[in-house]
Design a protein around this ligand. Structure first.
Ligand code: ATR
Length: 269
């Protein structure tokens, strides 16, 4: 049996185990996915232990996504983003680290028939999710503007990402006018009825993706629908980062529909 898993702290509410287990069941694979919660100061032991025990792959979440880079050979995209959320074990040398959050974002747009090439995209937020979003959208051919509460982080990220700029949340007004993609990568709207972008700035040429998935219909997405914009909820990003991890680990196409059903059952319940 192949054992996969997730390391983070806390991981109690993770939806990844049922999502991956649904994929194994759908394909009749002899595999299992377990959530592990090592103490925050014992990442070293956790990674070496996983390798020694023959664990095939691990997803990595808060607070380990940056620190884990010390124990893996990060692929070029993960290296640029500065965070790893998927580790593949099994080779001779160091385990290999990937960032499937970034690919999860572009695959979410692709799945909804949105062509990103040549589009203007606005990312709100410059934390971990914002970094993954900015690199992913830039690599997909977008001109990217990053708006963040802490301006220095947006400007810094804008200088690292090709074809990107950064500014304060006040820049949203001028930047959104010409944009066709809006991605919320802040935590604003999580378990609350707040929005990072006021409704007056939204318009019907936009496709809006919200990384927040609790609730699935955030205020941002609700107001975006009300002005006639297309919306993509945060569960899609969660799904496709998992789909991408599954495909890296197994070298086979993921059963996307089965994984999506299992994920949405968790999120709705
Ligand atoms: P993640 O890894 O999920 O991106 P993070 O690195 O803590 O989490 O980043 C959180 C993001 O949400 C940041 O861009 C943060 O803005 P700051 O860089 O100014 O902290 C943003 N954020 C959180 N709460 C916010 C709020 N109330 N208003 C605006 N932005 C907020």
């Amino acid at each position: 049996m192949n054992v996969y898993g997730l390391i983070g702290n806390p991981v109690g509410h993770s939806v990844s185990p049922p999502m991956h287990e649904a994929a194994y069941a759908e394909l009749g694979m002899d595999a299992s996915y377990v959530a592990f919660e090592p103490p925050v100061d014992e990442l070293d032991a956790a990674i070496h232990g996983a390798k020694t025990l023959g664990i095939a792959g691990l997803n990595v979440t808060i607070p380990f996504k940056q620190d884990v880079m010390a124990y893996v050979e990060a692929d070029p995209l993960a290296e640029r983003i500065g965070a790893v959320n998927t580790i593949e074990f099994g080779g001779e040398g160091d385990p290999v680290g990937y960032n499937t959050d970034a690919v999860g974002i572009t695959r979410s747009f692709e799945h909804h028939g949105v062509d990103l090439d040549g589009k203007k995209a606005v990312v709100v937020g410059a934390g971990g999710a914002g970094r993954a979003a900015a690199f992913a959208l830039s690599d997909a051919g977008c001109e990217v503007h990053i708006a963040n509460r802490t301006v220095d982080k947006a400007i810094d990220l804008g200088s690292q990402v090709p074809h990107a700029s950064g500014g304060s949340l006040d820049t949203l007004e001028s930047q959104l006018d010409e944009a066709s993609i809006l991605l919320n990568a802040t935590s604003v709207g999580m378990e609350s009825d707040e929005t990072p972008v006021s409704k007056e700035l939204l318009h019907d040429e936009l496709t809006v993706l919200d990384a927040v998935y609790a609730p699935l219909e955030t205020r941002l997405l609700r107001e975006a629908s009300e002005v006639g914009a297309d919306t993509i909820d945060g569960a899609w990003m969660l799904l496709f980062q998992g789909v991408e991890a599954f495909e890296i680990w197994t070298d086979r196409d993921a059963p996307v529909d089965a994984m999506n059903r299992a994920l949405r059952e968790q999120l709705d319940g």
